[in-house]
Design a protein around this ligand. Structure first.
Ligand code: NAD
Length: 322
């Protein structure tokens, strides 16, 4: 039986990664600063640890049965644009500590394979219609935000450990990812969950507020597609970063309208001032496609599942506050 450590197992993608590995008969230890809010019992072993501390990384990596076969580093201080645009110093400080201590101590602990979760935030802004960017186009670097700069540094650090110390380091740059059991309220939620919550809360015939003018272009990847890509990359020999994302690009207004249509409500979109981030995205997926990865879920299929889940959370919250 293979053994995996999932860092950030109390979070959205980490929680789904744990489920995916359990389906493949892994023994899984999860670590996080908080338990998973909806699926706390999925891991074989779960440790509450702050991975900014080197000693906690050593504790996470110490296993009586020998080194972990695989470490999935998905822990990060992160959130949607509202969070990323205001918590810059916390993001840079906390994430660089987590990433520096985790990769260093994974090598010390003789881990065989190490996965690092990077982001397409490492890339520069684009204009609608610009040609696709490949992974190598990240240089010369001009990320739009400090979260992206930290990711770029951390992925280079992880790959340097791969070259110098022999650990099999794998890096994926995720597009926006969405699905059930993601943050949907509180200020760290991303656009698909935030829009789903606003639509679920709105009265039929009312309106929802959307930050910016609604024209920013993004692609959104359903979480099941993402974790499948992560796993495929981890098992591969690809020692360079790979983009993972759905090739379906939509504007924020198109995303909002899709959710409104799914809800069956008659709602209008009101644009208000707010942090938007980059204007456009368009990334090449050839590297991850070369490993046999394709996305399964269309945006509408994935958002149908996501909206239903967020709507249930909203209803439960309303019921519990009565
Ligand atoms: P998330 O916030 O749901 O999960 C991250 C987890 O890390 C949280 O549970 C958090 O408590 C934990 N964490 C934070 N600080 C920690 C610390 N000091 N010690 C231990 N755990 C700590 O976010 P997510 O969406 O699941 O993101 C997972 C990874 O994927 C992150 O590296 C993120 O930057 C990256 N990513 C996510 C997206 C996306 O759209 N969700 C896109 C690009 C990249």
């Amino acid at each position: 039986m293979k053994r995996a450590l999932v860092c950030g197992a109390g979070g959205f993608i980490g929680g789904h990664m744990v489920k995916y590995l359990k389906q493949r008969d892994y023994w899984v230890r999860g670590v996080d600063i908080k338990p998973h809010p909806w699926s706390p019992g999925d891991c074989d072993d779960f440790k509450l640890l702050d991975l900014r501390e080197a000693q906690n990384c050593i504790t996470a990596l110490t296993c009586a049965d020998g080194p972990f076969d695989e470490v999935y580093q998905l822990a990060a201080d992160m959130g949607g644009m509202g969070f990323i645009s205001t918590a810059e110093s916390d993001i840079m400080h906390n994430n660089v500590l987590i990433n520096a201590h985790m990769i260093h101590n994974a090598v010390e602990a003789q881990v065989e394979r190490y996965f690092f979760s990077s982001s397409v935030c490492v890339y520069k802004d684009m204009l609608p219609g610009d040609p696709e960017l490949t992974e190598d186009d990240v240089i010369p670097a001009q990320p739009d935000n400090e979260y992206g700069w930290e990711k770029l540094y951390a992925e280079r650090m992880v790959l340097a450990y791969g070259r110098n110390k022999g650990i099999k380091a794998r890096v994926a740059r995720f597009q926006n990812t969405y699905g059930p059991e993601g943050t949907w309220q509180g200020g760290r939620e991303k656009a698909p969950a935030a829009i789903s919550r606003k639509v679920a809360e709105a009265e039929d015939g009312g309106e929802i507020e959307v930050w910016g003018d609604g024209s920013a272009v993004r692609s959104y990847t359903y979480v099941d597609d993402l974790v499948r890509g992560i796993y495929l990359l981890m098992q591969s020999d690809l020692a360079v970063p790979a983009n993972i994302g759905s090739p379906e690009y939509v504007s924020v207004d198109e995303l909002a309208q899709a959710v409104i249509d799914i809800s069956g409500k008659d709602l209008t979109i009101k644009h208000i001032d707010g942090p938007v981030g980059v204007q456009s995205r368009n990334f090449c997926n050839k590297r991850i496609n070369s490993l046999g990865w394709q996305h399964d879920y269309t945006l509408r299929e994935g958002m149908k599942i996501t909206y239903k889940w967020v709507e249930e959370q909203v209803k439960e919250l309303v019921a519990s506050s009565r």
